[in-house]
Design a protein. Structure first.
Length: 153
């Protein structure tokens, strides 16, 4: 796996080793967030400043919200206005942090990066009643070589 999921500037970020929000994303957290089916909000980059601050316009159904976030590196050359991204605000969030503030993951053309959200909507809530969607007989196993479903019966 490339370092793009850890930091878009892994080779040229001045040797930063911090894993605080807005710095490098730990590989394990990047994988957990990447595989999470819920919690993502689609967005568009509005602006990115050289000091790391960015504005994203996020959409979640009828909800439109502006997210003000920070990354320690200058991403202005990589996240141009109009770039489509996905934002996930659940990974590593502290329980007592105010809604809409704290760590987030941004998935875009440069890979997955860690952000510190300074202002924005609360995270996308977890779905409820998932048990009703998957019964014991609905399990699916897929052969990774052929990508074909296998019968369990």
């Amino acid at each position: 796996m490339a370092d793009a999921c850890l930091s878009p500037l892994a080779g040229g970020d001045g040797g930063c080793r911090s894993h605080l929000p807005g710095h490098r994303m730990p590989r394990m957290l990047a994988e957990v967030v990447r595989r999470s089916p819920w919690g993502w909000r689609r967005g568009t980059v509005v602006s990115v400043s050289p000091d790391g601050w960015m504005l994203l316009e996020c959409r979640d159904g009828a909800l439109r919200a502006v997210v003000h976030a920070w990354h320690h590196a200058d991403l202005a050359d990589q996240l141009l206005p109009g770039t489509e991204v996905r934002l996930h605000q659940r990974g590593g969030r502290l329980e007592d942090s105010p809604l809409g503030l704290g760590p987030a993951a941004l998935d875009g053309p440069t890979g997955m990066i860690s952000l510190h959200v300074a202002q924005g909507p609360p995270p996308v809530p977890e779905p409820v009643g998932l048990e009703a969607w998957a019964g014991d007989d609905d399990a699916v196993v897929i052969d990774l070589r052929t990508k074909a479903p296998l019968s369990l019966g």
